[in-house]
Design a protein around this ligand. Structure first.
Ligand code: ATP
Length: 353
């Protein structure tokens, strides 16, 4: 088994509040075990071009509460090529990096697998506001983003109430409707439209007309960005068909910033320490996940296949090649996830009038 003297930590893909707390936890946990830590800047770019610094304990002081990532992030396209990979491995050897903790999304984990199979053990930590990594119930940054949305919608509601208006709000999440569903439930939205659940537009309009007759003044409708080219047009149709004055709002990248919430700091801290434990125990090619309240790890290949299965990105042929026992486990994870989303959707619909 590798005797770890020095590990690297990097953040990659889209930034998320709580990434700094994870970097801090990885650094402090490794140093506590007598292992040095190299902070790698700009994701896999820094790994290819030797942009890194040996971290002292105090290099991660006062970052637990900061949004963004002090290690910065980049989309390192060259890293996907054999030449890029060879550069990264040469830099690891030169800097005596025995293993890496990579914080990011599914692209980041693919990179971690490529390094793992070439002899650099890697552990991934899910960091993205979107909560769109199907193998884990939770991704670092999700709670902070939702709280940002919550605060902004509460403000919109005040002005909607004053003017008896509707506001259709588009929130982030890429293809996943998790931010839309949770914030829709928590803000009392009258309707939530996401890509993964069929949306009954006529029913939503009828419910709005009925609610207006019942004396309701303000209306909040939440649309996930994954439901492409929908939100703005829907706002126009609401006004035309219900007579309720309607505005459209897109919050955009404000959802990616800000001080991480307690949930994000705590989860990032637990996941960071867990990742170091796994790495130093000689494990590799794993992603840290939260499953039913516990921090566990999962093979990256398995996790990426679960993700494709959930998102409908596997062909019948590919599915047939998965051993039945493994497929049953994957399907159970996907079914649980789909059921959780549906419960939120149905509950919000029932009580959002
Ligand atoms: P987010 O979900 O926030 O977008 P992500 O980790 O999925 O995060 P990507 O840009 O897809 O973001 O990936 C981050 C980096 O991981 C890329 O810039 C690239 O360096 C590396 N990467 C992505 N895909 C692969 C791959 N197939 N093989 C090797 N490396 C990859």
């Amino acid at each position: 088994m590798t005797k770890f003297r020095r590990i690297g930590v990097l953040t990659s893909g889209g930034d998320a509040p709580g990434m700094n707390a994870a970097v801090r936890a990885v650094t402090r946990a490794a140093l506590a075990r007598g292992v040095e830590v190299m902070g790698i800047y700009n994701g896999y770019d820094g790994l290819m071009y030797d942009d890194m610094k040996l971290f002292h304990m105090r290099d991660v002081s006062n970052i637990i509460s900061r949004g963004g990532t002090v290690l910065y992030s980049a989309r390192a396209v060259e890293f996907k090529t054999e030449e890029g990979m060879a550069k990264a491995i040469a830099v690891c050897k030169k800097n005596q990096i025995d293993g890496i903790v990579a914080i990011g999304g599914d692209g980041t984990f693919r990179g971690a697998t490529d390094l793992s199979i070439r002899g650099i053990p890697c552990i991934g930590i899910p960091g993205t506001i979107d909560n769109d990594i199907s193998s884990t119930d939770y991704t670092i940054g999700f709670d902070t983003a939702m709280n940002t949305v919550l605060e902004l919608i509460d403000k919109l509601r005040d002005t909607c109430e004053s003017h008896a208006r509707c506001n259709v709000v588009e929130v982030m999440g890429r293809a996943a409707g998790d931010i839309a569903l949770q914030t829709g439930l928590a803000t009392g939205a009258i309707a939530i439209a996401v890509r993964e659940i069929p949306f009954d537009e006529e029913d939503a309009l009828e419910r709005m007309i009925k609610a207006r007759k019942n004396g309701k003044r303000n209306f909040i409708v939440i649309v996930a960005e994954g439901k492409e080219n929908f939100a703005e047009g829907f706002a126009k149709r609401i006004e035309e068909k219900t007579g309720i004055e309607t505005r459209f709002t897109r919050f955009g990248h404000v959802q990616r910033g800000g001080c991480p919430t307690l949930k994000d700091r705590a989860t990032a801290s637990l996941m960071g320490k867990f990742a170091v434990d796994e790495l130093l125990a000689g494990k590799s090619n794993l992603v840290v996940c939260e499953r039913n309240g516990s921090i566990v790890s999962m093979d990256i290949g398995f996790a990426l296949t679960v993700d494709k299965l959930f998102k409908g990105n596997l062909s019948e042929e590919q599915i047939a090649k998965i051993p039945p026992e493994e497929f049953a486990k994957m399907k159970a994870i996907c079914d649980e996830r789909a059921a959780r989303k549906m419960l939120i959707y149905e509950t919000a619909k029932e009580i959002g009038n």
